[in-house]
Design a protein around this ligand. Sequence first.
Ligand SMILES: O=C(CO)[C@H](O)[C@H](O)COP(=O)(O)O
Ligand SMILES: [Fe+2]
Length: 215
Amino acid sequence: MVKIAPSILSADFANLEREIRRIETADYVHVDVMDGLFVPNISIGIPVVQCIRPVTALPLDVHLMIVEPIRYVERFCDAGADLVTVHVESDSEENLHGAIAKIHAKGKRSGVVLKPKTPAEAVLPYLKEVELILVMTVEPGFGGQSFMADQMDKVRAIRRLIDRHNPDCELEVDGGVGVDTCRTCIEAGANVLVAGSAVYKAEDIPGRIRALRGE
Ligand SMILES: O=C(CO)[C@H](O)[C@H](O)COP(=O)(O)O
Ligand SMILES: [Fe+2]
């Protein structure tokens, strides 16, 4: 079954509790954390994860766009994250294994993320130890950008790797996903779709979530 993870980056931050209640028929709440170094933008962090935790029973999918995420992963887990993803470009392989181990030691799920220019093979060192792989379909940093269809070969390649080596691992795509691009992502092998603007710009959010699932 296809899961939908609305990104609260496109929500009204002045009314976050209401904005999270509007997406209660989704599967995850996707939280984009940006540090102004790994990406050229600053968004939200640990106190916001802590505040939204009691507002929803949905798992919190925290996408860390920060340098050296090993410094902060435990604090995001303690704040209420259920799934914490780290970019393969954000630190050394040794530190990324360390970050994944810290997330697991907190009893949470971990994942690795690939920027558009990063090849599929970059997941290999982590493939058997993570619960999710996230393929970016925009350059990370901003919501509302155009979907990069050229990332679908990478999604297909990672789907083959997952099926062979870690079949329970989820495959998520993030960036520019909407009603016109969700089918392509699903056919390429993604089972979790992040959607920010496509969800929050919709008049009928539950209807839009169903449409993104392909229902
Ligand atoms: O990680 C992200 C940006 O770096 C966001 O999750 C992503 O852009 C979602 O927003 P949209 O669906 O509007 O593209
Ligand atoms: Fe994201």
